[in-house]
Design a protein around this ligand. Sequence first.
Ligand code: NAP
Ligand code: GDD
Length: 334
Amino acid sequence: MSAASTAPTALITGITGQDGSYLADLLLGKGYVVHGVVRRTSSLDRSRLGHLYADPAIYGQRLFLHYADLDDPTPLRRLLAKIAPDEIYHLAGQSHVGLSFEIAESTCDLTAMGTLRLLEMIRDLPKPPRLFHASSSELFGQPAVAPQTEATPWVPVSPYGAAKAFATRMVTIYRQTYGLHACNGILFNHESPRRGENFVTRKICRAAASIKLGLQKKLSLGNLDALRDWGYAPDYVRGMWLTLQQAEADDYVFATGELHSVRDLAAQAFAAVDLDWEPYVEVNPAFFRPAEAANLVGDPSRARQRLGWTPSRTFGEIIAEMTQSEYAALAKSA
Ligand code: NAP
Ligand code: GDD
């Protein structure tokens, strides 16, 4: 029997995203066979997985990609029966909160109903795999208490947050009702050089590097006073894996417990390239949201105590790494 056939098998939805790509790295490093679900797009440029495609010992040997979609259950049902994964990490979703006000129906269909469809498929399997669901601090919306824990009441204020609330609750219902080993990670913001370009950390770090290189003059932002609990994405995917290794399924908050403003973020990113941020930043109301989550800061005590999980990087280190990574990439292509 080959090593691969005795290795644990994981399926990742959303493998092409920031978290999916780091999770694939982590699981492959632990000897897993990894299957990723991808949607059909006109471009095959899946740059976050480029380093894995390029490795002939990985791609097609221990990493496999499959076309399937959460609004078309049959291919996914077939895939689950064929590969019989031990663990599923459900990360696929329209992950931009601001955009969820513009495309509310498709956001909710994928995030809320897509998760329910997956739960229904898992429930029918003869040996149901363990499931990790990427839930979000957007559940809490505008909470009355801070920091938030697994027990804090939910008051979502965006279509995205409401869809995650539905999906999160369904995961709990299926755990309690059908005995599935299904877990929610209530993930606060987490960032990295692989972050999507329209999230505020990457947008600011990229602009700081671009302005330093003389490629851009100004940076337009929305609410500079917005506060978030920003952590490091590779830490959060480690939390996902740890969650599924526990004998008992449960939900966990993953957060740093520290708040910073968009203003602080801009100051840190521009400082990383020896610039003062204020002359370059302008406020554009187009980037304000119809409703804004507030006071989102997490208490990761349960994850620390039960999983031994702690964040590995400070806010300043994350922003410096992201800005330096942008600078190196832009300088190379300039
Ligand atoms: P991301 O970089 O935006 O990746 C999202 C993934 O979902 C991508 O693989 C994307 O595929 C896929 N996807 C998007 N729309 C889809 C659709 N209609 N059908 C099928 N797949 C679709 O997000 P991320 O930062 O890695 O986050 C992963 C998950 O964690 C998301 O569910 C997000 O909501 C949740 N989360 C993230 C954070 C955070 O701070 N990063 C915090 C809390 C929760 P394409 O590559 O084809 O677009
Ligand atoms: N994107 C963006 N662009 N946000 C801006 C801008 C801008 O130009 N200017 C200010 N902001 C503010 C937003 O209003 C928000 O308060 C904050 O910066 C962070 O915005 P994002 O980076 O878009 O992240 P998010 O907090 O809305 O959502 C992220 O974190 C959630 C967890 O709380 C996403 O990763 C979600 O998928 C995730 O669930």
